[in-house]
Design a protein around this ligand. Structure first.
Ligand code: WT7
Length: 653
């Protein structure tokens, strides 16, 4: 632990500090004020956005078990789309709102002004209305990273519909489950999704998914690549054609602060994905504030978050935060390594990006390609770099700092979650010196506490470790799980009563800096994507030849964690390479390519207690190649299975 306190600290340059929103001397006092009187603090911050009817109430929240209730600015009314578009029309109508950078660099980028954003969003809103979508209805969005994804989100917000984006890498089954769970009226998709020079047949996936959904679900299709797709008359609608024919303006509706804005499904420790619900007022205040403060965003800056809108990072930091602040936000359809490993840096140079926000897994894979790639491009516009999704290892941090930021750009390592709407723990650039690998200190209004996992006692010492909880609410916090408030309480407020439980472990060093050590539940983090081990297990056991399966994470150089699956076959089935490939393909179809196991080990038996509980601790250790630390195996029903698993541990990766 003392290593952490002693780790080198990187302070921002004087030049950066001179322009920073928060000065070094200001953080401590502002933070103290934010937690001492949250009502006063957030009443002021609430004015960052435009309200139709101003709020008089600010914070009404309770983490009390059995009565968890989270409301912010409850009597205020607003429209999120109007905040992201209309309110900028007087000053920024001709400013670029979105720079769209296509997958293929030979296709020209699009610069969409705020005036065009208003028109396109309005047209799409009118198409949705014509399909009978109104306030409170759910719309599932399954799109590539194209401008229509932004229009669709903002069109829903404009008419009060609730969007639920499903990442285009998810399978038809995963899509169908989300359409059904949210009882969506409309699905918005595209013909194909080009990525890295390859095309995913999105419409074909949508067709398969819709077979398992209510017949009344309409399918709005963006003809993006123009390739032929199957067409179901009466159900499928050519969205671009309808938009062209629709009225160019749509009035926005007055929504309550606590009306849901979106549902976003994420993995939990049980098999069924959780529909995280975010509402309108508090979420927007928090997304806008963190986008401005954490990235030290200033008027006129070009901001690029490389995430996909299918994840919360894309919601908060491609769309809602930047657009609420009147920014120019980059939306990138491609991947970091297409057509070559210089693509990110080429795009930074081309669009003169000022803040660049990506994931450690991308940095690690680009680091492996060598520093000559960033060196080829003019990166002098960059002022700040960001990281999100998993802890960033110091080696990657140093490479990012040296070869991309050229030692001049603060790096914000932002810790947060789908559930939190925006950053929880992050350096405030200019004010908080960074230590590579640490998310540093809490954002304004966030009260992290560290608990002993066994006794649930609050660890008061500055230098400590344990599980990470948050003591009180903030405006960006999720409000419930769609249709299942009981599960919401159970998942986040029951294990450590009175606190929001993040599911992460952490250390706090002598400087009070937080170092996130990873999930303490059965959730793994693969390339910054969250995956429930139970989800992969249930996909595997759904295969007719699989009797049983246990899935754990193991350290992976590029992905952070890889997926390690132990598989027990049905009696009479023989392991083979062909079957291994078949199971990999099976999981891809059941969930999506991101869930494909990296390693599959054939397990004649799994280590179980006498009561039949699988001892995952042991499986994790074997997957980690850490046989010395297996701990007590005496309670196992059959200790010999462990020897077999060790002897046959997969050695790739
Ligand atoms: C989990 C949340 C929120 C955006 C992307 C992921 C891990 C996220 C960091 C970070 C260490 C991090 C945590 C967290 N995580 N950012 N900077 N340092 N760990 O969202 O899919 O909801 O996953 O990602 O384990 O709980 P998500």
């Amino acid at each position: 632990m003392s290593d952490h306190a002693a780790a080198q600290k990187y302070a921002a340059s004087e030049e950066f500090v001179a322009h920073a929103h928060v000065k070094p001397a200001e953080y401590a006092a502002q933070y103290a004020a934010s937690v001492a009187d949250p009502n006063a603090f957030w009443a002021k911050e609430g004015q960052r956005i435009d309200w139709i009817k101003d709020f008089t109430r600010v914070k009404e929240t309770s983490f009390e078990r059995g009565a968890v209730s989270i409301k912010w600015f409850e009597d205020g009314t607003l429209n999120v789309s109007a905040n992201c578009i209309d309110r900028h029309m007087t000053r920024r109508a001709n400013q670029t709102a979105i720079i769209w950078e296509p997958d293929d660099p030979k296709t020209p980028a699009q610069h969409i002004t705020y005036a065009q954003l208003l028109e396109n969003t309005s047209r799409m809103a009118n198409v949705l209305k014509a399909q009978g979508v109104s306030r409170g209805d759910r719309v599932v969005i399954y799109l590539p990273m194209i401008p229509e994804a932004a229009y669709a989100m903002l069109a829903c917000a404009r008419i009060g519909a609730i969007h639920s984006i499903v990442f285009a890498g998810f399978s038809p089954d995963a899509l169908a489950n989300r359409i059904n769970d949210s009882e969506a009226k409309v699905l918005i998709t595209a013909d194909f999704a080009p990525r890295g020079g390859k095309k995913t047949a999105l419409k074909n996936n949508a067709d398969q998914a819709l077979r398992h959904c209510d017949d009344r679900v309409k399918c709005l299709v963006v003809k993006h690549t123009g390739d032929q797709t199957h067409w179901t008359e009466g159900r499928d609608i050519d969205l671009k054609a309808e938009m062209a024919a629709a009225k160019p303006y749509c009035a926005y509706v007055e929504m309550g602060a606590e009306d849901p804005l979106f549902i976003l499904y994420t993995s939990g420790s049980t098999g069924k994905p959780k529909g995280v619900v975010h509402t309108s007022g508090g979420y927007l205040v928090y997304a806008a504030m963190t986008q401005q403060i954490t990235f030290d965003y200033h008027d006129g800056d070009v901001f690029w978050c490389t995430a996909d809108v299918g994840w919360v990072t894309g919601h908060s930091y491609i769309i809602y935060g930047p657009l609420a602040n009147g920014a120019t936000t980059v939306m990138f359809e491609g991947v970091p390594t297409f057509p070559d490993a210089g693509r990110f840096w080429e795009v930074c140079a081309k669009h003169k990006v000022n803040q660049f926000y990506t994931a450690p897994t991308a940095i690690r894979s680009l680091m492996g390609m060598g520093p000559e790639w960033p060196a080829k491009h003019d990166l002098s516009s960059l002022k700040l770099l960001g990281s999100v999704g998993e802890p960033i290892n110091p080696e990657a941090w140093n490479w990012y700092n040296q070869h991309v930021g050229k030692g001049r750009c603060p790096i914000v390592d932002t810790f947060w979650q789908t559930e939190t709407g925006g950053h929880l723990i992050t350096p405030i650039p200019g004010a908080i010196p960074q230590k590579p690998g640490s998310a540093t200190l809490p954002f304004f209004g966030i009260q992290p506490i560290v608990l002993d996992p066994a006794t649930a006692k609050v660890q008061d010492a500055v230098e400590t470790d344990g599980v990470l909880c948050i003591a009180d609410s903030w405006p960006g916090q999720m409000r419930t799980l769609w249709g299942d408030h009981a599960r919401f309480e159970e998942a986040y407020f029951s294990q450590y009563p009175g606190y929001y439980f993040t599911g992460d472990g952490c250390r706090r060093d002598a400087d009070g800096y937080y170092w996130i050590t990873g999930r303490v539940d059965d959730v793994i983090n693969v390339s910054g994507h969250r995956m429930g081990t139970a989800e992969v297990e249930s996909a595997l056991v759904a295969h007719p030849k699989v009797a049983e399966s246990a899935v754990v994470g193991y350290p992976h150089d590029i992905k952070g964690q890889g997926i390690y699956a132990y598989v027990t076959l049905m009696k009479g089935e023989e392991p083979s390479e062909a079957l291994r490939k078949e199971l990999e393909a099976w999981v891809r179809t059941e969930i999506g390519p991101i869930a494909k196991p990296d390693l599959i080990q054939w397990a004649p038996g799994l280590p179980k207690t006498r009561s039949g509980k699988i001892m995952r601790r042991i499986l994790r250790k074997i997957a980690e190649n850490d046989f010395g630390a297996l701990g007590d195996t005496s309670t196992l029903a059959d200790p010999s299975v462990v020897d077999d698993l060790i002897a046959n541990r997969m050695n790739k990766g």
